[in-house]
Design a protein around this ligand. Structure first.
Ligand SMILES: NC(=O)c1ccc[n+]([C@@H]2O[C@H](COP(=O)([O-])OP(=O)(O)OC[C@H]3O[C@@H](n4cnc5c(N)ncnc54)[C@H](O)[C@@H]3O)[C@@H](O)[C@H]2O)c1
Length: 262
């Protein structure tokens, strides 16, 4: 009798935030998960929270470094022997005015947010093709859907990642691999709690029809759905999980009777 297949996912940027929530969602569903992050100490803290260490592999890796990514995928193959889902979640941001953003900052944001998912998806596709297909989810942002101040590198990288998602979906369909993106709106991560001032929180509340930040678990739900067989005919899509931010135009706060006295 052969062992039942246990599905396997690799989540990048999994030491905290949305990535860790997604990894936990896969584990809850019985999957095996590779948690990949540049922050080795953070990964150890994350792994210590997980009740099923036998289904987890921790991989310290910078997604912008091709050789490190290759080692990480080799580690996944050695430990689990299959790959069913890749979540390209690792991301970095430089929030500076366009005229002050340096060439190095621009290059690093592109390397992590765009080149990393390009390389990781190439490696994942080869592994997925061996078991008949799989699913990739790229984490973009509402900053890739709408322009804003201070996001020339970050927003552009995420808009490019949304298009890369479509390119990948079209080319990888023949291998049985679906590729979609999730574009989060403002999410209540530990980082957001620490750095978003009351004024920023009020601005987001005004711009988001549902009037609140999203939860990490709400993002994880959408990510898991797009990696699962329940979305078997969906590919090449960008799903904004943003409380309606992308749908709204001007006047929202006024219409809701919530205009603030600034
Ligand atoms: N939190 C939000 O409000 C929000 C909104 C829109 C989009 N996003 C996107 O969602 C994703 C996750 O966001 P988050 O808020 O959980 O972020 P976070 O900063 O809390 O976590 C990101 C993780 O990625 C890791 N990372 C960064 N650079 C890396 C690299 N080069 N290689 C490997 N790992 C790396 C970090 O160490 C960290 O653990 C990011 O792509 C982000 O751009 C977040």
């Amino acid at each position: 009798m052969t062992d039942p297949v246990i599905k396997t996912a690799l989540v990048t940027g999994a030491a905290r935030g949305i990535g860790l929530a997604a990894a936990k969602r896969f584990l809850t569903e019985g999957w095996q998960v590779g948690l990949l992050d540049i922050d080795g100490a953070g990964l150890q803290r994350a792994a210590a929270e997980i009740a099923t260490p036998e289904r987890v592999l921790v991989l310290t890796c910078d997604v912008a470094m091709p050789a490190q990514l290759e080692s990480a995928f080799a580690g996944m193959a050695k430990r689990f022997g299959r790959l069913d889902a890749l979540v390209n979640n690792a991301g970095t941001a430089v929030f500076k005015p366009l005229l002050e953003t340096t060439h190095d900052e621009w290059q690093r944001v592109m390397a992590v947010n765009l080149t990393g998912p390009f390389l990781a998806t190439q490696l994942a596709s080869r592994a997925m093709a061996d078991n008949g297909g799989g699913a990739v989810v790229n984490i973009t942002s509402i900053s890739g859907l709408r322009a804003s101040t201070l996001r020339v590198a970050y927003g552009t990288s995420k808009a490019a990642l949304a298009h890369l998602t479509k390119q990948q979906a079209v080319e990888l369909a023949g291998l049985g691999i679906r590729v979609n993106a999730v574009a989060p709106g403002p999410v209540e991560t530990a980082m957001a709690k620490a750095v978003h001032s009351p004024e920023i929180r009020a601005d987001y509340r005004d711009a988001v029809p549902l009037g609140r930040y999203g939860l990490e678990e709400e993002l994880a739900e959408a990510i898991f759905f797009l990696c699962s067989d329940r979305s078997s005919y969906i590919t090449g899509q960008v799903l904004a999980v943003d409380g309606g931010f992308d749908a709204a135009g001007i006047g929202l706060a006024t219409l809701r009777g919530e205009r603030r006295n600034l």
